[in-house]
Design a protein around this ligand. Structure first.
Ligand code: GLN
Length: 248
């Protein structure tokens, strides 16, 4: 039996807009296929070793929560998170968790806060919040069965900019995305996937969920080929309805 260990980092602090739904979705879409899925929580002061996990998740949080965990993330867990990223573990981060993997966060009044520096990206705080539904297109999800379009909800004041070493997760069709300027949404580096989309993201986008699970299983089991399809009729109906309502 295949088994996936999912690490939910700072679930008590990076937990806004239902982001824990991403962890639940990953686990359920494994379990529905007979794949054992174990969810482990790691928070302030806990030890963390990336080799114990196949998927690592960081959700979103307001500036206040980001400041609370910043020291623990950088000083106690930073090296292991960087190892996870470099060793092709699947990492999914949303909004505040996404920003924290970058080089720094510059507040709108000019204060520069050092972040993990695990990814070639940075964030500049803005006065106007970017709030609303978002639809963006992921090239790697496009298939005969999937348009590649992803739907979510964003609420952030930070504007994130990508350096040369990372690629955008997708191209914005409706909404702001990383910064409301360059039509980029999120970031991809190796098997690390970042997005501003709350919602939460994965329950609304089954193809993305299965993409992450597939990568994690292929990294762990050399004999793994592909996931058994699930009956996603309801999920697909909801997904397509949300996209048509948002894009008009
Ligand atoms: N505090 C960050 C910002 O406002 C992230 C917010 C979030 O995670 N929704 O940009």
């Amino acid at each position: 039996m295949y088994e996936i260990n999912i690490c939910h980092m700072y679930p008590d602090l990076l937990n806004i807009y239902g982001d824990r739904g991403n962890v639940i979705t990953l686990a359920r879409r494994c379990q529905w296929r007979g794949i054992r899925a174990n969810i482990h929580s790691v928070t302030l002061g806990d030890s963390f070793s990336c080799e114990n996990y196949d998927i690592i998740f960081l959700g979103g949080g307001q500036d206040y929560e980001q400041e609370i965990i910043q020291h623990d993330l950088l000083k106690n867990k930073g090296t292991e998170i960087k190892n996870a990223i470099q060793n092709n573990k699947v990492v999914l981060t949303i909004c505040g968790g996404y920003q924290l993997l970058g080089k720094y966060y510059k507040t709108w009044d000019g204060k520069e806060i050092e972040f993990l520096g695990a990814l070639d990206l940075w964030t500049i705080g803005g006065e106007k919040r970017m709030i609303g539904n978002i639809v963006f297109e992921c090239e790697f999800l496009k298939s005969e069965l999937c348009s590649g379009q992803v739907v979510g909800f964003e609420n952030h004041s930070g504007r994130t900019y990508l350096g040369r070493e990372v690629k955008p997760l997708g191209t914005v069709i409706k909404g702001y995305g990383n910064n409301g300027e360059d039509s980029c949404e999120g970031a991809i580096y190796k098997n690390t996937f970042c997005s501003y989309s709350h919602g939460s993201l994965l329950p609304k986008n089954p193809a993305l969920s299965d993409h992450l699970i597939t990568i994690a299983l292929k990294e762990k089991y050399k004999d793994f080929v592909s996931l058994q399809p699930l009956n996603d009729e309801l999920e697909t109906l909801a997904h397509n309805s949300m996209i048509s309502v948002i894009t008009g």
